[in-house]
Design a protein around this ligand. Structure first.
Ligand SMILES: NC(=O)c1ccc[n+]([C@@H]2O[C@H](COP(=O)([O-])OP(=O)(O)OC[C@H]3O[C@@H](n4cnc5c(N)ncnc54)[C@H](O)[C@@H]3O)[C@@H](O)[C@H]2O)c1
Length: 319
């Protein structure tokens, strides 16, 4: 029997991907150590095989690859925390980079493999000021997390060139949606704010700097759409793609969007700008569009759906 491997499949993005694969009747193996992922993110489904373990454990990876034959690998397991990559750099390197290289070594010998998709990040662009960020923009990562994502991503492309591993790297921008950890300092800002809106009728949100800093916020459904799209696309292998909307949205715009969706007014506390925070970021998504995928969700529409899915606010615009 053939399987699809989703590393980090119990996490925010990974679990939505697993849902989408199960919906299309694939047999899925999830490898996750549950360090930030949760079992409750995964459905109870006989086509899903869950393995709790560390992606950096070579013995376990050897075992998994001897037990299953994979046609596709989605490699999302990571310590997805810039902060932790600064405080625990070596362990993050083992998980975020070295484990990816070992996985590529296994993938290289996997004759049934049709596609390997790697979750890279907009963090690879770092503080390069050019905008919008195209895949050809300079890469100047400013955190160990960004360095590891860039290195692992480049290994994917190099293993494609050297050994024909059908690998694709996706640079996800600021993903948001249900199941994102809005309680942690590394959770997406939209999810952190949403939690504030859910927990109080008069939400108090902290904004670092003047709130005019921008990001390219992309809804989880578009991220899964793009990830599934490259899974089956003939010519995607060996390439890197930005996964974003191509729209520049300020932090204040996100708050306004949440205010509109929830019909609540936030109290904004402006705090000192954080060191290392970049001022502006948005993507050029023409490469992904040229491949045939266009994101569908606008911020207001998706925030509305997200708020409604959180369930605790009666959301008039989502009906
Ligand atoms: N969320 C975003 O905005 C965003 C943006 C760019 C890139 N990414 C990348 O997308 C991927 C998924 O991110 P996410 O937002 O879903 O984060 P997440 O923390 O929800 O998911 C990561 C998953 O990996 C698992 N994991 C961590 N260390 C592991 C280890 N040593 N062994 C096995 N499993 C391990 C966690 O338990 C978790 O389930 C990550 O690679 C992340 O770097 C996310």
């Amino acid at each position: 029997m053939k399987h699809i491997l989703v590393t980090g499949g119990a996490g925010f993005i990974g679990s939505h991907l697993v849902d989408s694969l199960l919906k299309d009747d694939f047999n899925v193996v999830v490898l996750d150590d549950l360090s930030s992922g949760k079992m409750e993110n995964l459905p109870d489904d006989e086509r899903l095989h869950f393995i709790q373990g560390d992606i950096a454990d070579h013995g376990l990876i050897d075992e998994v690859f001897s037990q299953f034959t994979f046609t596709h690998i989605f490699h999302l397991a990571a310590i997805a925390s810039v902060h932790e990559s600064v405080t625990n750099t070596y362990r993050c390197h083992q998980v975020n980079c070295e484990a990816s290289l070992y996985l590529l070594e296994k993938a290289r010998k996997c004759t049934a493999l049709k596609r390997m998709v790697y979750a890279s990040s907009a963090a690879v662009y770092g503080d390069d000021p050019s905008l919008p960020k195209s895949e050809d923009s300079p890469t100047r990562p400013i955190s160990p997390y960004g360095i590891d994502k860039y290195t692992a991503e480049q290994y994917m492309l190099t293993y494609n060139r050297l050994y024909g591993v059908p690998a694709v790297a996706l640079r996800y921008f600021n993903v948001y949606g249900p199941r994102q950890n809005g309680g942690s300092m590394d959770g997406g800002v939209a999810s952190i704010f949403l939690n504030k809106f859910l927990s109080s009728k008069r939400p108090v949100v902290t904004v670092y700097g003047d709130g005019q800093q921008t990001r390219d916020f992309v809804y989880i459904k578009d991220v899964i759409g793009a990830t599934r799209f490259v899974m089956g696309h003939e010519t995607a292998a060996g390439n890197v793609y930005n996964v974003a909307t191509g729209r520049e949205t300020s932090i204040l715009n996100v708050i306004q969007g949440l205010e509109a969706c929830t019909e609540q007014k936030a109290q904004i506390l402006f705090s000192e700008k954080r060191t290392g925070d970049i001022e502006r970021s948005f993507a050029d998504i023409s490469r992904l569009r040229a491949l045939g995928f266009t994101p569908r969700y606008s911020l207001l529409e998706s925030l509305g759906e997200y708020v409604a899915s959180a369930g605790e606010i009666d959301h008039p615009q989502a009906r």
